[in-house]
Design a protein around this ligand. Sequence first.
Ligand code: LMR
Length: 394
Amino acid sequence: MFETLAAAPPDPILSLIGLFRDDPRPGKIDLGIGVYRDAAGHTPILRTVREAERRLYESETTKTYVGPAGDPAFCAAVAGLVFGEAHPGDRLRAVQTPGGAGALRVLAGLIARSRPGVTVWVPDPTWVNHISILADAGLPVRPHPYFDPATGGVRVDAMLDALRGAAPGDVVLLHGCCHNPTGASLTAADWDAVCDVITSRNLFPFVDLAYQGFGDGLEEDAYAVRLFARRLPEMVVAVSCSKNFGIYRERTGAAFVLATDAARAAVAHSQLVVVARITYSMPPDHGGAIVRIILADPSLTADWKAELAAMRGYVVGHREALAEAFRRRTNTDRFDFLTTHRGMFSLLGTTPEQAARLRAEHAVYIVADGRINLAGLRDDQIEPFVAAVAAVCG
Ligand code: LMR
């Protein structure tokens, strides 16, 4: 059976977990996978998550299946968080999914059922798993310009030009906020322009919202999704609760479909449920129950928002401190772009060879494309990290 298979290449992000764990050097620094770590270098369980788990432990009466669409109360709570005032009512339907990646996969499967072989435009660069997930669903991927390494910003005009050249009906995958891996984000005015092109070219938006609340705030980070919900007839949105609730291993997310009317939304939803059924049958529910409990209780919700704001502030603080440390070390403002980026990540501008040298010579782990996870950096690691980058980059 397996003689035709070649060994899979290591995942550029996940392979760092094992390499870092097995590295015996003291002072090693892990800026690989996107998880938040506190000042002690620990990924904490939020106090609101603990409280929700306590309530769940006391109130849960069964472990029977939740069904392929998941818990409707969870889906409704997440819809409120994501769409807010722009909730499009019964034109919007959802399924609970195993994380944001699960949402991406079932939505890709739904698109492939609806329009087999349709081209999906993705930013250059994008999260490496986007490309694998879309390819696995049989959807051809085309990159559009996005990141400008010279400025650390977005090449908005080139992006819009490329999308103007897309064929009507093509799908456009967009990072709703906190672009992964670059950290470079679109402004509200840029999103308005993207929305105009989507409308004029009759494109179909596929939004990945994995970091709501980690950029500028829960409401601000939902700007694009809410704009599209108000102005566009159709879209799909993949949502992750991994980062903003800190429940990474619970695999909690949601896949939303917005259709032209309630009847079409119901049809699309029925197909989405089938894709979920044949992919993993039914989602896990522990994380979904945590989110539902937190969002159902105003005081728990308020406390969770405070915890999220603290995580966001911590990351923004690291951006300032890191840029300042680079300024001092290099006597240039070359790394000031770090302060304009949002979310967990930034692309540092290192080559794959320099990333490999950072690991080999300095026990500093970053992704080969130069992505660093600022949410994983401790204060006391800033100076050694900057020294290592300066040594490797000359
Ligand atoms: C990341 O990009 O580091 C996270 O989304 C985790 C992952 O699955 O890659």
